[in-house]
Write a protein that binds this ligand. Sequence first.
Ligand code: ATP
Ligand code: ZN
Length: 315
Amino acid sequence: MTLPPVSATTTPDPALAYRDDLIAAGLLIPTGVDGLYGRSALFESVVTGLDDAVTRMAAGDGAEVMRFPPLLTREAFIASGYLKGFPHLAGTVHSFCGNEAEHHRMLAAIDRGEDWSQHERPADVVLTPAACYPIYPVIAGRGKLPDQGALVDVFSYCFRHEPSVDPCRMQMFRMRENVRIGSAGHVQTFRDTWRGRILGFVERLALPGALDVANDPFFGRAGKLMAEGQRDQQLKFEILIPVTSESNPTACISLNYHITHFGEIWPLRMADGELPHSSCVAFGIERLTLALFRHHGFDPATWPAGVRAELWPSP
Ligand code: ATP
Ligand code: ZN
């Protein structure tokens, strides 16, 4: 399937051209910072359609719904190991905690165009890098898992410091996840089920998605080895959809297997005392929205009936 042409033919970068088109159509509202956009009502109607479609796909699974603001405790963030793997993507929160004299010094530094960050102190919270991160300490805090393990449904804005002109690579975007914590068998069943579901989902959305083994963007030289290990063990799969490039399709849905990583950190325990495994399926809601606009046009009223029925079924 060939991507439809972008209109801004004078721009050599197709990602930038697509962003220009989205902004010109009013779907994304620019802020002057790459990766930070407002969304229009039409954009949000697709977001809601996708969110609801994911809910329908998982209806009957009995997942516990948890919604967190896009902040994580500093303690949970450090424990998660995120700074070991992805220091370049993390976003921390800092606040002014000084007295009036320090306040004046901070404002003076700002007036002089100087670095004023030294006047701020780390807050108790950091920006959430992935929607599932807040739930592990919550589940661990409840004590041993029940026999059937845990299944949680989360949805959150997430932050990653990766400014880019590619509209698919935002700094703040939404991730809808289902997270399974349980025995190796529970988690295997979850992965098999969701692998089939996400393939069916992109087919019903008439998007040219393919499932492939993937790795996370680990930092540095040690990170290269971690990425290779992740691929060798097939711990991460992604649904890749061409959005701004045919040759470099975009990861729109991820299926991650953490083995016992989160179980060891908190620690989580099965009813029999064993370490639980965990896995999550993560829908990149903005990326799916942008893929739909790219392949079916900027007016959802004209989208194929099957796609519309998947997103907005009539009652
Ligand atoms: P990539 O390889 O493109 O950097 P990732 O492997 O880091 O993505 P995950 O950590 O698996 O992505 O995140 C889950 C989902 O969140 C992805 O499948 C994707 O759809 C979405 N996502 C990740 N990063 C971004 C981003 N910067 N902007 C928009 N959506 C994103
Ligand atoms: Zn997750």
